[in-house]
Design a protein around this ligand. Structure first.
Ligand SMILES: [Zn+2]
Length: 367
């Protein structure tokens, strides 16, 4: 593609590797979730590592939180009430405890635990395949769902104040692939439990099962009904024209200077490609010809997966709906650099697929 080299900087490649919430080194170990007594067994195994999740936030060691608490609110949410919030920039890691560090009878915690899987960490001779196999030790990870335990007045066995708390969108770009993967899984499942407290078929309370990844209905008349998280697909598209300009829009619900690419939920019974064309037509009045898939990342706020596309516009006249979209503009690379430098335009945060679609078009990281 022409114009992908900018100012001598290298072309960005490996789109998926740049998406913070798509990274993981953890084996989800799905087949073990159905083992009877799995969570109780993990809670009595001193090798199990426990991390802590509270809806959209995860616990980090308290000393790692150097920014003021307000700054740890999500800086990547364009509708967030704190537009001045600054996301942490330093490397962050999850606070993980051995179950031995939790006070009291750990069995009480089992209903509030999510089995996140294992990571095989080699402790053998890294230079020798045979040595690595002999020395491999798999660590099991579980998440303790803090808000659900609090609602049930269950003592966590450790003070919530013992940790710093960071929102996933601020945490993941600063974390290792392992910790980003653990945190994203934990937030996605915790958000689902937070949102779905009753059976959507009969209204009875639900109880967690399958290692915390599913629920069963407690109504005897609706016995054995198994409920899984419902994931809401959303498309997001970098729209580019013949002059290699990108179309960015400001939505009515966002801060005034915040500009991003076209996005929206996929309608029931609709293909992803149709959703890409429909959103562009509805929001900014632009017609698309070629549409190509780029990659995806989970976006559990509360339950989305973002499916990223790049599309070519065959019309360039903009007609915003003035309902969902307040304004939209074509930007050349020069114009975007100037608009960002002057503060006229604020771009999506590092956690978002929108940011990486824009940077992929730009050909380099943007400030
Ligand atoms: Zn039910």
């Amino acid at each position: 593609m022409a114009g992908n080299v900018w100012n001598g900087e290298l072309l960005l490649d490996d789109f998926m590797a740049r998406l913070p919430l798509a990274q993981t080194t953890v084996d989800l170990d799905v087949e073990r979730r159905g083992e009877p007594g799995l969570l109780a067994r993990l809670l009595h195994d001193s090798a199990t590592r426990v991390m802590f999740v509270d809806r959209g936030a995860v616990a980090v060691p308290r000393q790692e939180v150097t920014a003021a608490p307000a700054a740890l609110d999500c800086a990547d949410d364009p509708a967030a009430p704190r537009p001045d919030a600054v996301a942490p920039q330093d490397m962050l890691e999850l606070a993980t405890l051995s179950v031995v560090a939790l006070h009291g009878d750990v069995d009480r915690l089992a209903p509030y635990v999510i089995y996140l899987g294992t990571e095989r960490a080699s402790v053998g001779n890294a230079g020798s395949c045979a040595g690595a196999e002999i020395g491999d030790a798999a660590a099991s990870y579980v998440a303790l769902d803090v808000s659900r335990a609090f609602r049930a007045s269950v003592d966590l066995g450790v003070s919530r104040d013992a940790f710093g708390w960071v929102e996933l969108r601020s945490f993941a770009p600063c974390a290792s692939a392992r910790d980003a993967g653990l945190a994203t899984s934990a937030v996605a499942v915790a958000m689902w439990h937070d949102q779905q407290r009753c059976c959507p078929f009969c209204g009875a309370p639900v109880s967690p099962t399958l290692g915390g990844w599913a629920q069963t209905c407690t109504n005897p008349d609706d016995a054995d009904r198994l409920l899984f998280p419902r994931i809401e697909p959303a498309i997001i598209t970098a729209i580019v024209d013949d002059a290699d300009r990108i179309l960015l829009q400001n939505n009515s619900a966002w801060r005034e200077r915040f500009f991003s690419v076209s996005a929206g939920f996929v309608e029931a019974g609709e293909s992803l490609e149709h959703a890409v064309r429909r959103e562009a037509h509805e929001e900014v009045g632009v017609e698309l010809d070629t549409v190509g898939y780029r990659g995806s990342q989970p976006w559990p706020f509360p339950a989305s997966i973002m499916l990223g596309f790049r599309a070519h516009a065959c019309t360039t006249d903009i007609r915003v709906d003035h309902n969902e979209v307040a304004s939209a503009r074509w930007f050349s690379r020069d114009e975007l650099v100037q608009a960002v430098a002057s503060g006229e335009v604020e771009l999506p945060g590092r956690a978002s697929i929108a940011r990486h679609l824009i940077e992929e078009w730009f050909g380099a990281s943007l400030p």
